[in-house]
Design a protein around this ligand. Sequence first.
Ligand SMILES: NC(=O)c1ccc[n+]([C@@H]2O[C@H](COP(=O)([O-])OP(=O)(O)OC[C@H]3O[C@@H](n4cnc5c(N)ncnc54)[C@H](OP(=O)(O)O)[C@@H]3O)[C@@H](O)[C@H]2O)c1
Length: 333
Amino acid sequence: MTQVDVLILGASGYGGGELLRWLSTHPAVKTLRGTARSHAGKPFHAQHPNLRGLVDGTFEATPDWEALASSPAPVIFSALPHGELGKLWPELEAAAKTHPGLLERLIVIDLSTDFRLDTAWVYGLVDWKPERMAGAKRIANPGCFATALQLALLPLAQWQPAFVAVTAATGSSGSGAALSETTHHPSRAHDFKAYKILGHQHEAEVLRTLASLGWEAPLSFVPQSAPMVRGIFATVQFPLPAGLDTAALKAHFEAFYQGRFFVRLVDGSPRVAATVGSAFAELAVAAKGGHGAILVALDNLGKGMATQAVQNLNLSLGLPEWTGLRSAGGWPA
Ligand SMILES: NC(=O)c1ccc[n+]([C@@H]2O[C@H](COP(=O)([O-])OP(=O)(O)OC[C@H]3O[C@@H](n4cnc5c(N)ncnc54)[C@H](OP(=O)(O)O)[C@@H]3O)[C@@H](O)[C@H]2O)c1
């Protein structure tokens, strides 16, 4: 098995912490380092107390290019806020270029929006045409809402329903580790509200994928902020194509996701708590009269982020996609 040396940019954030957690036990990871500005010099467990005693290491202020250059298989995960890797990219390229061959060997997986619409990068929606990831060196990991929505919508593309109404609720960790009014416990813990109504930034990547299948989907997306820490629960409703009922819709989804280890079809409702802390997404379907509904639950920091990024690394390296990821979360969450 190829052994990789990993650097996580923005390792002190929520995504960085999840990457440290999953990659620390990954059999293909030889070394694990992480950068952070405000926590440089502190141990990983100063920001991620769950890693104390398990994941040794210290946040570094800047990437150690010598260490990456000396690796036969260097990997960067960027868990920086939106816009930051895009700004940093010319500098990173210039630094990497001082080490012959490094840029060509280097795998970069970005968790932000920066390169999701950039055709020079592979769009890392891992359960859709996973063969695209084989050998990929630049992967743009999808957004958490965008992952949930596309898992629901892609199997519908062959019918191109005339209208799709989506509501999707997210937990507070979706906003990252920095403190803000919207994640402040008193204003969040006992509230439930919509935000960025009909105007969420993840629509663009969803519409782009569907357009690539010839579906100019009339999507109406209302994101919601739910009183939970992790998780996304999406409800997608659409006019049911003629001849379909719940059993036929379920059979279609099962066939569509056959062999996709981390997508599981359930009866009734998916459970956010059944996916939290794991790499799984759960889907359920329902149909009645002329109406169809697809329900999706996943962990925004897992399938919506870090575990999808690790799955992408696995596929890029030619490893089974579940390598280092075959684990359930806790129950109850
Ligand atoms: N949270 C989610 O559910 C989720 C899901 C999918 C994708 N994403 C995307 O993944 C990326 C990481 O998300 P996250 O939730 O892990 O974010 P986060 O918790 O806010 O972490 C951001 C990290 O970047 C570092 N950083 C470096 N330059 C920075 C700058 N100029 N401003 C602020 N922080 C900076 C921060 O630490 P220092 O300040 O110490 O450097 C921190 O380690 C984001 O692009 C986000 O949109 C998030």
